[in-house]
Design a protein around this ligand. Sequence first.
Ligand SMILES: O=C(O)CCC(=O)C(=O)O
Length: 238
Amino acid sequence: MLTVCLPITLEGYELSVLDFEKDGVEIRRALISSEIIESVKADIDLENDKLKKYGVRNLEKKFQSISALAKDEAILSIARNLLNDQVSLVRAIFFDKTPDKNWLVTWHQDKTVTLNKKIALEGWGPWSIKDAVHHVQPPVSVLNSMVTFRLHLDPSDENNGCLKVIPGTHKRGILKQKEIGELVLNKSAVPCVVEAADAVIMRPHILHSSSKANNPSHRRVVHLEYSSYKLPAGVSWA
Ligand SMILES: O=C(O)CCC(=O)C(=O)O
């Protein structure tokens, strides 16, 4: 049988039809108020030295405005609705691209969580310690109990290196590198073109990537992950 490999297309996908349940991603317009955006930006600007690295983690412990944002009822109620249960914050990360820090990420799934301790749990592993924190790959059932909110503080499109996703790929479970390569060749990628205050809401294990900005300008994103998975007593997301 002849297999035709189509290149990734970046045009012509109607973002408004994306559905979290079916596609593993959807866009909610104007989810956060301009007051909240301004308070997060001001907080971040004041503490710029805490954000020197790509992907700054544990943001809610470093910034009061982000701790408040992670408890925002508009966000929590969507998370509870999508996961049909109570939710806890798993992690909070900040991403920006600028002329000085213009990076890319290749196609991948987010499939690691961090816990306060290492425990014997069926199907969890491999474990590692990074920055004194236990990192582990949980079973896919845990990823299916999670939702990621990417809250945009600036407009984002292909000029400033927006996120790209391949809808539906979260349904394929944890993918091997070879499978990722094949999917990327055969499926259309969707650029998540958004305005400030919009949110990209996605499964952590949907295939996603982002290119370097053609025309770098701030592309600030607060990435919040929630889960309805009930960890054993004494264990918490770290
Ligand atoms: O913000 C981005 O462009 C992608 C970041 C990301 O997905 C990651 O580092 O896992």
